[in-house]
Design a protein around this ligand. Structure first.
Ligand code: KIV
Ligand code: ZN
Length: 384
């Protein structure tokens, strides 16, 4: 199969930081940006410079630090926003400005009290304005997820004519199902006559828990860039989680691929979790602390025979330090024996049932039996 490379666009520092309570210090932003560069993402969206002096400074400093990835800054469709974004990016090796405006009728009426024609005109004017100041302009059609598809196609053609090199079609409110988003992206790609002059980007929010599925659907429909955040942080229910997109592309045989190196995922996830003081839920796909934990007897026995029985990803691929099997009241003999051998606890094979019986009694009183619990338990049994 002839596979297409897609660009990975990280927006942890911009859209991710918009999550309530997720404010980052400049130092943290620089550390995260550096780690994203190690991961090999293609574009880092560093901030929204007009929004505050600290965000301006962050975009400036990230621009100086990053050498391989493109650095992007956000702007509304306003001259002042664009001027300030271009200024903040002036030291970037490969700068990009992303500017945009609402495209759903809900936004056009309720946010701008405007009309489709007026919004088309503003978008054209501002993309043209930005294109004269910077080579790479990305346009975002805000709330594309709820926009009329014919109008969206008109908007995409319009901003490509004005000079946009990338057109982002965000499902800003996480409203689409994967099939709807696939159809939307495909419709735009099949309908817009000048589409070959630009890349289409997908940017999905997680309000219905479908952000990653929608992103993959958008890529399969022909988009060339996927946007997301580390740990899926972001406004409300968050953005598509970058690690989920990357690992889906890595382990599935799809017509699209990425060149990022997933070995840095685990470290980056912990770094963002700490820096934002925003705990990753234990059962979060790929990076949750239970993502590779097995606790029932049937699963533990299977994993001890061969990890692939219950793991679709080798945790070493993402630099995840493998936890021991967790001992609980659902654990079986194979896991207990394995842990006793690891802890070098001596026992006579024919007495193993006694240990297992005592272990189950203890496990029924606690959610997890730790190594220390097990050592104490066996010590007590051996004293009898
Ligand atoms: O969700 C969204 O629409 C955005 C744009 C600013 C790209 O984050
Ligand atoms: Zn967003």
């Amino acid at each position: 199969m002839n596979k297409k490379k897609i660009d990975i666009f990280d927006t942890t520092l911009r859209d991710g930081e918009q999550g309530p309570g997720c404010l980052l210090t400049l130092q943290s932003k620089l550390e995260i940006a550096e780690q994203l560069e190690f991961l090999g993402v293609d574009i880092i969206e560093a901030g929204f410079p007009v929004s505050s002096p600290a965000d301006f400074k962050a975009v400036q400093e990230v621009s100086k630090l990053i050498k391989n990835a493109k650095v992007c800054a956000l702007a509304r469709a306003r001259e002042l926003d664009i001027d300030i974004a271009v200024d903040a990016l002036k030291n970037a090796v490969c700068p990009r400005v992303q500017l945009g405006i609402g495209t759903s009728d809900i936004h056009i009426k309720n946010k701008f009290n405007s009309t489709r024609d007026e919004i088309l005109a503003v978008a054209f004017k501002m993309v043209r304005y930005a294109s004269k100041k910077i080579e790479e302009v990305q346009f975002f059609a805000e709330d594309a997820g709820r926009a009329d598809n014919l109008f969206l196609a008109k908007m995409v053609e319009n901003v490509i004519d004005a000079g946009a090199k990338v057109v982002n079609l965000p499902d800003t409110n996480g409203f689409c199902t994967p099939f709807e988003y696939y159809e939307k992206i495909k419709f735009v790609i099949d309908t817009v006559p000048n589409i070959h002059k630009a890349k289409i980007s997908v940017h999905c929010h997680n309000d219905l828990g479908m952000a990653t599925a929608n992103t993959i659907a958008g890529l399969l429909a022909g988009a060339s860039q996927a946007e997301g955040t580390v740990n899926g942080v972001g406004e409300r229910a968050g953005n598509a989680a970058l690690e989920e997109i990357i690992m889906t592309l890595m382990i599935k045989d799809l017509p699209v691929y990425t060149t990022v190196n997933p070995i840095y995922i685990s470290k980056l996830s912990k770094m963002v979790e700490r820096a934002m003081s925003n705990d990753v839920q234990a059962n979060k796909a790929i990076v949750g602390r239970n993502a590779f934990a097995h606790s029932s007897g049937i699963h533990q026995d299977g994993v001890l025979k061969d990890r692939s029985n219950y793991e679709i990803i080798d945790p070493a691929m993402i630099g995840f330090e493998l936890p021991d099997l967790i001992l609980t009241a659902r654990s079986g003999r194979a896991a207990l024996k394995n842990r006793m051998q690891t802890l070098d606890i001596q026992f006579v094979e024919k007495e193993f049932e006694l240990y297992y019986d005592c272990f189950l009694r203890l496990a029924d009183t606690k959610s997890i039996v730790t190594d220390a619990d097990l050592v104490d338990l066996c010590h007590d049994i051996n004293k009898r």
